[in-house]
Design a protein around this ligand. Structure first.
Ligand code: PAP
Length: 315
């Protein structure tokens, strides 16, 4: 690829460390991985969405892996083997290997995937490829409360760093950064509000889902997602019973995290191989209390209340 003047400018953006195991840069008010910037821009310009595409969008550590599993096993439930079949893709592959990220998988030929394609992205709404907005494709966005998202992220990057023999990210400094908006794909609030506003503007295009609602009512939320994706559970399936329940059970934390592929397997990423088990820590709501003080929790709540003021959104 030819190096342009813009590429040079981009590769000279100041790097920021401490919010992840890898440096980020500030690009158009969003913090992106330095090493992924050119790839993100290339995806933005070259990725061709199809009207039938479904994108699962999220901030990292918001329930992406779970949503991928639920959406995949719902959307393709007719051609897929029975949920209990040991050959079911979710029993042999990590959800990230099944539902690729458009901005990361440059070595995968996404154009050869049959329709309807199920794809994912961590990109903020305003950095999505223009073809996504212009096509009839749909987006399911999952949001998680910022305290659990921060804590999940802090643990994740420290596991990566620990494996590389590096010191853990200092908690207080990383928390201050998060509060100042510095987090992967952040600021947190801009990412969430971007998709929230898009869903309010066009709820046939963007479905907004909360991780906490998925925990409280996984079957209800799964049905909402399936209906939005255009594959609602049929009357016959409802009468027969157990279809949505079976999907929720297979995709549940206990079930997925205990599969051999997710205990022992590794995921190839643009940085290095990450262990699949890093994507399953404990799950659930309110785990932040084991790491953050009440004062830190209050601080984040106050920032969130002020950032979400007037949006109609609460988390
Ligand atoms: P990613 O964006 O890097 O893919 P993502 O899957 O969004 O990460 O987030 C991982 C979190 O989802 C972890 O949360 P924790 O650190 O608070 O534990 C992980 O445990 C949780 N998670 C993964 N799978 C499930 C699941 N099936 N049900 C509920 N939570 C899950």
């Amino acid at each position: 690829m030819e190096q342009t003047q813009e590429d040079d400018q981009l590769s000279n953006l100041p790097t920021i460390t401490g919010c992840s195991a890898f440096p980020v840069v500030l690009y158009k008010a969003h913090y992106l991985f330095k090493d992924s910037l050119l790839r993100v821009l290339s995806t933005r310009h070259h990725f061709q969405a199809r009207p039938t595409d479904i994108f699962l969008a999220s901030l990292p550590k918001s329930g992406t892996t779970w949503l991928k599993a639920l959406a995949f096993s719902s959307l393709y439930r007719t051609p897929l083997p029975d949920l209990s079949d040991l050959r079911h893709p979710l029993r042999v592959s990590n959800p990230h290997d099944i539902v690729p990220f458009i901005e990361i998988e440059s070595n995968l030929d996404l154009s050869s995937m049959p329709s309807p394609r199920l794809l994912s992205t961590h990109l903020p709404f305003d950095l999505l490829p223009t073809s996504i907005a212009d096509s009839g494709s749909k987006i399911v966005y999952v949001c998680r409360n910022p305290k659990d998202t921060f804590v999940s992220s802090w643990h994740f990057w420290n596991r990566i760093r620990e494996k590389a023999g590096e010191e853990p990210i200092p908690l207080e400094a990383s928390f201050d950064q998060f509060c100042d908006g510095v987090s992967v794909m952040g600021p947190y609030w801009n990412h969430v509000v971007g998709y929230w506003n898009a869903s309010r503007a066009n709820d046939a295009k963007v479905l907004f889902v909360k991780y906490e609602d998925m925990i409280a009512d996984p079957i209800g939320e799964l049905k909402r997602v399936a209906g939005f994706m255009g594959c609602p559970f049929t009357e016959e399936e409802e009468e027969r019973g157990g279809v949505a329940e079976g999907i929720v059970k297979l995709c549940g934390f206990e079930s997925l995290s205990n599969l051999e592929v997710n205990r022992e397997g590794v995921l190839e990423t643009m940085f290095e191989d990450f262990e699949n088990k890093f994507y399953f820590r404990r799950g659930g709501v309110g785990g932040w209390r084991s790491l953050l003080s009440l004062e830190m929790g209050r601080r984040l709540d106050e920032i969130t209340a002020s950032k979400f003021a007037g949006t109609g959104l609460s988390v």
